[in-house]
Design a protein around this ligand. Structure first.
Ligand SMILES: Cc1cc2nc3c(=O)[nH]c(=O)nc-3n(C[C@H](O)[C@H](O)[C@H](O)COP(=O)(O)O)c2cc1C
Length: 379
């Protein structure tokens, strides 16, 4: 098999894995794909520790880093203060989150403390100095791809990519965003349909991938990685038939032995069907797809209007972290509420397996799908 994007990235099979878990990153790269570490919520110190660990384990194989670097860094003012951010969260939002927890026998003391710690990381990463520090750490490691999660990568990211000879990728969920990113100079587009876990738009992968390929063709040759709902090799083959150069998958790793997900969430994902996710603004303020639970249902049914990014995270993340911790310890109410980002492909994620086996499964299924299509060509 020969894939041009594999030559660019130095890998064998064009399957890129987004993961917040360093073990998943290493295992995917070792199996012939490329692991990309999601570092949006890390401090520079944590990112350095994680990348040093990856370097020690990965045996020189290629891997990447995914960050959220704000586009208009020049206007992100250095005086963003954690206490001010927290003060901007209306009392009604905090009360609503607290009531959902209390209704499930979870105590709500010290939530403000935890929100403050969260605000510190978010605040730092949004500042010019903080975001630049993350980039500096990423580029001081032998990364082979850097990706910006939301919006067009800022110039500093594009410049550092060029300087270090590292391709710069960016996620898009709509045709127009793709055109803007290509004009801005990105090297790889990750085109995520509405099926995707985490932030997503409202157009399906089936429509968005060919739509973007067609829209960018007259501008410049930029490889497209298809994303959103892809958990098998046959889906990979389908998106590549539509013009994608490869695939970017995030959800499929969440039920692997190596993933960061708790046992309680893994069980929920394994028994979930494709209709058991919801695209909601209640977690980050922007639409993101996650597992349905009484937590998401409460916000959809009776919750206050979600706050703009990053304020909604200051309400949701401390509560969800507490839920996850208690659920892991067997707390009944927390187990009910527990949720995590996952895409509609969860309906096809029916067993716990190793990352290595998932990658091998993708390869085998991809080849079989291609052979099926070739047979239709006749003699
Ligand atoms: C648990 C989880 C967390 C995510 N966090 C981020 C993130 O921090 N940055 C980012 O660029 N994408 C993030 N995503 C989205 C992925 O990059 C990708 O678009 C998505 O997983 C693809 O669809 P799939 O989940 O159906 O494979 C996340 C996805 C999941 C499942």
């Amino acid at each position: 098999m020969e894939f041009p994007i594999c030559t660019t990235l130095g890998i064998e099979f064009p399957l890129l894995a987004f993961s917040h878990c360093r073990d998943v990153v290493v295992e995917v790269s070792k199996a012939g794909g490329m692991g990309v570490l999601g570092a949006a919520n890390m401090t520079p110190e944590t990112l350095a520790i994680e990348l040093d660990w990856i370097d020690a384990q990965i045996g020189g194989l290629p891997y990447g880093v995914d960050l959220i670097v704000p586009n208009k860094m020049a206007t992100q003012d250095e005086s963003l203060n954690e206490a001010d951010m927290l003060a901007a969260v209306p009392a009604g939002h905090k009360k609503f989150a607290g009531d959902v927890l209390a209704n499930h026998d979870i105590q709500t003391s010290n939530m403000d403390q935890e929100a403050l710690a969260k605000a510190e990381i978010i605040g730092n990463n949004l500042r010019v100095s903080g975001a630049a520090k993350l980039l500096e750490i990423a580029f001081s490691h032998p990364i082979r791809l850097i990706v910006n999660a939301l919006g067009t990568p800022p110039e500093i990211m594009l410049d550092m990519g060029k300087e270090h000879g590292v391709p710069v990728g960016a996620l898009v969920g709509a045709r127009q965003q793709a055109i803007e990113q290509v004009k801005a100079g990105v090297d790889v587009l990750i085109v995520a349909g509405t099926e995707a876990g985490g932030h997503c738009g409202d157009v399906s992968t089936m429509v968005l991938v060919p739509e973007v390929c067609e829209a960018i063709a007259p501008l410049r040759e930029v490889p497209v990685l298809a994303a959103g709902g892809i958990v098998t090799g046959r889906q990979m083959a389908a998106t590549m038939a539509m013009g994608a150069a490869g695939v970017w998958a995030g959800s499929v790793w969440l039920t692997t032995h190596e993933a960061e997900t708790s046992g309680s969430v893994k069980d929920k994902m394994i028994s979930a069907g494709s209709r058991d996710t919801i695209r909601s603004r209640s977690r980050t303020g922007k639409h993101s797809r996650q597992l349905r639970s009484p937590w998401t249902e409460a916000w959809e049914k009776d919750g206050p209007e979600p706050l703009p990014m990053p304020l909604q995270s200051l309400v949701a993340e401390p509560a969800l972290a507490r839920i996850a911790k208690l659920a892991e310890g067997g707390h009944a109410g927390a187990k009910e509420l527990d949720t995590y980002w996952v895409g509609q492909g969860v309906g096809l994620m029916n067993t716990r397996d190793s990352v290595r086996n998932v990658v091998f499964g993708f390869k085998k299924d991809y080849v079989e799908a291609c052979e099926r299509l070739v047979k239709y060509l006749g003699d």
